[in-house]
Design a protein around this ligand. Structure first.
Ligand code: EPU
Length: 442
């Protein structure tokens, strides 16, 4: 049986018009919450959205003895007191497995605080294998002992972890965060090359610096961390969620609407905004947000997803919905994950002309070096979309179904909407405010 609020009927064909507010980035908030474990006094995180990922991390922190208090009010304030950190019961952590990949980032802080950590088999979105080999290699290089057990991985620090020289095979966001959260209390200096430099990572560095860490960002993806003996608490306002902002921007494009996204900032979205403009979108930058709409007929684009400062893998799904309405052939090369175009099947069911090339395709003028795991989607437009019965596969793919249903003629049924609400705060309230015509039926 599906949980409550999990199935929507959507009556499409009406442009989404209005304004909404985005708050702290899902992909920073959870990491900043874990960072609180490193401090020897309470921390305060502000601008925290009410999304399921935050509840999951709160639950995991509580299992480890951290007191988490949500302060009522518009600030989105979370207080985290790590003064009594304990080892959680394996069965309890395991009950959280499958709901999030965040437990992996508890390793460094727990090794420092308790000398051991247990990581249950991990969940997260089904968008590829999502291995954790980089994370384990990183922990081993700091001196941790990693052992596979039947339902997860046990990690121990026989002595204080030691700073080290590391180079990532690929600038992985999670592995870079692993290094940051582990190195700050390690003995000596850590040098990380080929680091991810996403704005959310820079914001995590800001959090850690507030706690007393010494971290410098050098040219060419190098991060230097000088370990310290103790860290204090932090008071931090999270960077805005640029993925959510891009999602609503694409919703405006796909439905021929006009959406003001409060809290969105230009600097962190430069690459997205360039593509948006080339695809026929228009935007006005304001002090307090960005207004998105069409600037004329939609035009085809060629996009390669990449690590920052490239075009994010989380932006391609809603953009593809808009590209079904562009006049001509667009290509999206997905180079970050090995299985992130499967969601397009449902768009085809709704009338889109999209062909996925599972091995990727060659095309001239590539910017991102070709990767073995990449795939490509070729989108021919414009094609009218019609309603269908679709089931959400993952967070970003699911959001794209929602806006496809809103852009389509007729009625759609969108199932498994709970996955979308994992990362989009007040989804139904925001849709309502934009004039979307939908009913929650189950
Ligand atoms: N990878 C490995 N081994 C590892 C770790 C990663 O091979 O140990 C590979 C992955 O399989 C993938 C590539 O490296 O092919 C990049 O993965 P990365 O580690 O950068 O991603 P992540 O940290 O798991 C975060 C976000 C994702 C976002 C990516 C890329 C969080 C919680 N998740 O994932 O967000 O797509 O970075 O920016 O921060 C989402 O918000 O919907 C989402 C999936």
């Amino acid at each position: 049986m599906s949980p409550m609020n999990d199935v929507l009927t959507v009556h499409g064909g009406t442009p989404l018009v209005g304004s909404l507010q985005v708050r702290g980035a899902k992909n920073l908030v959870s990491k900043a919450m874990v960072a609180a474990l490193l401090g020897d006094e309470p921390s305060v995180l502000r601008n925290v959205p009410q999304i399921r990922d935050v509840a999951v991390v709160s639950g995991l922190l509580e299992l480890h003895g951290v007191q988490v208090e949500e302060v009522p009010g518009p600030e989105g304030e979370l207080r985290l007191d790590p003064s009594k950190v304990i080892q959680a019961h394996v069965a309890d952590i395991d009950a959280h497995a499958g709901s999030s990949r965040i437990p992996i980032l508890f390793c460094g802080p727990l090794l420092h605080r308790l000398g051991e950590a247990f990581i249950p088999d991990l969940g997260g979105c089904r968008i590829g294998d999502r291995p954790i080999n980089y994370h384990m290699d990183v922990l081993r290089q700091f001196g941790a002992v990693v052992e596979k057990e039947p339902n997860g991985i046990a990690i121990r620090a026989p002595q204080r972890l030691k700073g080290t020289k590391l180079s990532l095979q690929y600038p992985s966001v999670g592995a870079t965060e692993q290094v940051l959260l582990t190195s700050v209390l390690a003995e000596g200096v850590t040098e990380l090359t080929n680091a991810a430099i996403e704005p959310e990572i820079m914001d995590l560095i800001a959090v850690l610096q507030k706690m007393g860490a010494i971290i410098s960002y050098e040219p060419n993806r190098v991060i230097l961390i000088e370990g310290v003996d103790t860290l204090r608490g932090y008071d931090h306002r999270c960077i805005f969620d640029r993925n959510e902002a891009a999602s609503w921007a694409c919703a405006a494009l796909a439905t021929d609407g006009d959406i003001f996204v409060g809290g969105a900032k230009q600097q962190e979205m430069l690459t997205f905004l360039n593509v948006y403009r080339k695809a026929g979108g228009e935007f006005d930058i304001h002090e307090d947000g960005i207004r998105f709409r069409r600037g004329g007929p939609l035009k085809p684009v060629v996009v390669e997803t990449d690590v920052h400062p490239g075009f994010m893998t989380d932006w391609q799904q809603p953009l593809i919905v808009a590209l079904t309405q562009a006049e001509g052939r667009s290509i999206v090369h997905e180079t970050v994950y090995e299985n992130r175009l499967g969601f397009t099947e449902a768009l085809v069911q709704m009338g889109a002309d999209i062909v996925v090339h599972p091995e990727g395709i060659d095309s001239p003028d590539r910017r991102v070096p070709r990767r073995a795991l990449e795939q490509a989607a070729v989108i021919n437009g414009p094609t009218p979309l019609h309603g269908a019965d679709v089931e959400v596969p993952d967070l970003r793919g699911g959001y794209s179904y929602l806006i496809a249903a809103l852009a389509a003629e007729g009625e759609s049924v969108v199932r498994n909407v709970g996955i979308i609400r994992r990362g989009y705060e007040k989804l139904f309230t925001k849709l309502d405010a934009l004039g979307a015509d939908f009913d929650v039926i189950g």
